[in-house]
Design a protein around this ligand. Structure first.
Ligand code: GLN
Length: 250
């Protein structure tokens, strides 16, 4: 099948090679006989809510975030419609922050967000930097771990009743205090984990690809056949071990 990916603001939001997550999607899709077609969605481009099976937005510094925030905020309706139709979505760090209601910077300025995710973000004085280990349960009864790297000044506060992506085992997570990291809203996931995230957490790449395939109209139940993932498993172990050595939360 053909999986249509909308890559939001690729020239602005791409720190820590977050774009590498798309290479993982493309390779893992190709190994199962599927093709990934990536379309950039830039400032001023309309976002057609039916045009994509998977949406991706990476991380960025405050300066780059400020440049795209008003445009992203103008895409709320299209994002909500796409989400309601089951699009798979991954948002990393700066993109994760701006899919909430907004981000208040250190200087007090408020960047508007797209208000898809139920949260808001306020910059703090201390950056939260280091390796992270999370426990997630996207499928009830099937706990999985995610390893990654975080570097953010923003503290993201989830609304009452909002669902986190995972529970922090080691690291800071959303705000360094709640014990939660990221958010999950149906098929949409937001996280602070850079790295890029997916090379060392291939199960998450497949979880998103399966939802993208379902959106693309897969007739078969979209369970992707497993891949050997030897290097990916090693990468996960190294990353998880670094997070363990780092110890507990703030
Ligand atoms: N500028 C944001 C912060 O520091 C996001 C940074 C990032 O994407 N790593 O909170």
């Amino acid at each position: 099948m053909r999986i249509r990916v909308g890559h939001l603001y690729p020239d602005y939001l791409n720190i820590y090679a977050d774009r590498g997550n798309l290479a993982v999607f493309a390779r893992r899709a190709a190994l199962r006989g599927h093709e990934l077609v990536v379309h950039p969605v830039d400032r001023g481009d309309p976002l057609d809510p039916s045009a994509h099976d998977l949406l991706y937005i990476g991380g960025g510094q405050d300066r780059e975030q400020a440049l795209i925030a008003p445009d992203l905020a103008s895409k709320t309706e299209a994002l909500q419609t796409a989400h309601a139709r089951g699009v798979a979505l991954l948002a990393v760090c700066g993109g994760y922050q701006l899919l909430g209601r907004g981000y208040r910077g250190r200087d007090g300025s408020l960047m508007p967000g797209a208000a898809l995710f139920p949260h808001e973000t306020v910059a703090g004085d201390i950056r939260m930097i280091g390796d992270v280990l999370l426990e997630c349960e996207l499928e009830p009864g099937s706990p999985r771990q995610l390893a990654g790297f975080e570097n953010h000044a923003g503290r993201t506060l989830l609304d009452e009743g909002a669902v986190a992506l995972g529970r922090v085992v080691h690291g800071f997570g959303n705000d360094g205090a709640s014990g939660f990291e990221g958010t999950r809203l149906g098929n949409a996931l937001g996280t602070y984990l850079h790295g890029p995230l997916l090379p060392r957490n291939p199960w998450l790449a497949d979880w998103l690809l399966e939802r993208a395939l379902a959106h693309a109209g897969a007739t078969e139940p979209p369970t992707l056949p497993p891949l050997p993932d030897e290097l990916e498993t090693q990468a996960f172990r190294v990353s998880a071990e670094r997070a363990r050595r780092r110890g507990g939360r703030l």
